[in-house]
Write a protein that binds this ligand. Structure first.
Ligand code: CDP
Ligand code: CDP
Length: 225
């Protein structure tokens, strides 16, 4: 594939975006950019500082005072640095899961994030995943994927992930949490989660990770060469 292409990956929670985007980037020798981690970092900071999550102006102000850097560690793994500190381990907790979509709903927050994301993708050679990448952040991306899977499959994936990480969670709670977050993400007025008209839809409910990556690679080969 071309060395400078821009690849967008969107979809609901637990569809496998970060897992496959990371592997795809690795195979192509591209940079993987996790935009969810940027919203998570802001939510984490707001929670840590006791900021009112309903206060759009305060959150936007907080973001302006916050640096967020994504450092590739090889094999598509990313270290998230916030204000010079490694916060990677703090971003996927139930607390952040429960507040990130609220923080991400505000136009003032999104506008600043989108500027930063476009800057990161400026030189191409990137796979960027999120909710509004194909529709809003990078509308001219060379290839756009929209990954989905049934709610049940997505909830089970998340459940296993969190259990393995040592969190005492129930499948019912996870299912509710991602359903609620999907609803917030899909129904917000500004840059909601939606499939771009020119995105390739992949339903991964019955697919293994490797199979998804192979299909995406094949489509990249087809379209970019
Ligand atoms: O980023 P997103 O929320 O879309 O999903 P993720 O964080 O990549 O989590 C997806 C989880 O489901 C990971 O634990 C994957 O190993 C697993 N999985 C997948 O991503 N794709 C499949 N086709 C099957 C399982
Ligand atoms: O891994 P998972 O799909 O659960 O979440 P994520 O990709 O880390 O994104 C976390 C949250 O950030 C989403 O539920 C959205 O509320 C928000 N987000 C967004 O609004 N726009 C993006 N481009 C990426 C994430």
């Amino acid at each position: 594939a071309r060395k400078s292409a821009v690849i967008a990956v969107d979809g609901p929670a637990g569809a496998g975006k970060s897992t496959v985007a990371r592997l795809l980037a690795d195979r192509l020798g591209y940079l993987y950019l996790d935009t969810g981690a940027m919203y998570r970092a802001l939510a984490y900071k707001a929670l840590s500082e006791g900021i009112d999550l309903r206060d759009e102006a305060e959150l936007a102000e907080l973001l302006n005072q916050t640096t967020i850097e994504l450092y590739p560690k090889g094999h598509g793994q990313v270290t998230v640095m916030m204000d010079g500190q490694d916060v990677t381990g703090h971003l996927r907790t139930p607390e952040v899961n429960a507040s990130v979509a609220v923080v991400a709903g505000f136009p003032l927050v999104r506008r600043e994030m989108v500027l930063r994301q476009r800057e990161l993708a400026r030189h191409g050679g990137v796979v960027m995943d999120g909710r509004d990448i194909g529709t809003f952040v990078l509308p001219d991306a060379d290839i756009k994927f929209f990954l989905t899977a049934s709610l049940e499959a997505r909830a089970e994936r998340r459940y296993h992930e969190l259990r393995q990480a040592g969190f005492d969670v129930s499948l019912d709670r996870i299912r509710e949490e991602i359903q609620h977050r999907d609803l917030l993400d899909s129904s917000r007025p500004y840059a909601p989660l939606s499939q771009a008209a020119d995105a390739i839809l992949l339903d991964t409910t019955k697919m293994e990770v490797e199979e998804v990556v192979e299909r995406m690679l094949a489509m990249c080969d087809q379209r970019l060469n």
